[in-house]
Design a protein around this ligand. Structure first.
Ligand SMILES: [Mg+2]
Length: 247
């Protein structure tokens, strides 16, 4: 029941902003700026790059390699298909260029920020995000999300020491807010990290699923929705339905 919910916690990437859209744009831009890549066929490169990106992320999630290694290896392996051999240092430079361009591209979505401010009048809100603190903070800054969330409402895994789907990543904010699991809902796009993680931690979950993917397991989110603005419509109509049923 929505009326039991007192706190709404959000994932950041691909939940509060379309990270994938910016990732693709920044990847293309970096490709054409970089002397090692700019003469190669982009579409072919991108197919390999995405393939290795998924492959190395999976290894990272399984605990085999670090985030820095994902970023180095996806480029090193993609370029091998074009007989280009680069060092890890060159791959690091490529990533830094890519990331600064991604931050340059980011634009705040005022509609989303207004909705979040509106929610904050009724609920406690917060962000739980996996990643490096400096990178996540650059995104929050550029998206003007510091105008919505205070420092105390932002939980970044590098700083807390817990990555979703670890239960502690979800429990830590509840402890800080003095809330019960049943009073919390978590909103995120990753089935495993966000939805399964939150449900296992005793919270409700809302799945952001823009590509209408099939649910990979039997876990039951409160509802599934396309993006943060369709969530708003769904939330309001569910609230209204609950109010009517209580009358
Ligand atoms: Mg995400």
């Amino acid at each position: 029941m929505l009326q039991d919910i007192k706190i709404i916690l959000f994932d950041l990437d691909n939940t509060l902003f379309p990270f994938e859209f910016y990732w693709e744009r920044a990847t293309k831009e970096t490709f054409y700026r970089f002397s090692l890549t700019k003469h190669l066929p982009f579409d072919e490169f991108f197919t390999y790059y995405q393939h290795y990106d998924h492959y190395f992320w999976k290894l990272h999630h399984e605990g085999h390699i670090s985030l820095d290694e994902v970023r180095q290896q996806r480029l090193i392996y993609a370029l091998k298909h074009f007989d280009q051999h680069i060092s890890m240092e060159e791959a690091d430079i490529y990533f830094r260029e890519f990331f600064s361009y991604l931050i340059h591209l980011l634009k705040p979505d005022e509609e989303v920020n207004v909705f979040l401010r509106e929610l904050k009048k009724t609920y406690k809100i917060g962000i739980i995000t996996n990643g490096k603190a400096s990178e996540q903070r650059s995104k929050l800054e550029k998206l003007c999300l510091y105008e919505v969330f205070t420092e105390e409402e932002i939980f970044i895994s590098e700083e807390t020491g817990f990555e979703k789907p670890q239960l502690e990543a979800f429990h830590l904010p509840l402890l800080q807010y003095g809330m019960e699991h049943a009073q919390a809902v978590f909103v995120g796009d990753s089935w495993n990290n966000d939805v399964v993680g939150a449900i296992n931690a005793g919270m409700s979950a809302i799945w952001i699923n823009p590509k209408c993917n099939k649910q990979p397991s039997e876990h039951k989110p409160l509802f599934v929705t396309e993006n943060i603005m369709t969530l708003k419509d769904r939330w309001v109509s569910l609230q209204n339905a609950e109010c009517r049923s209580l009358e």
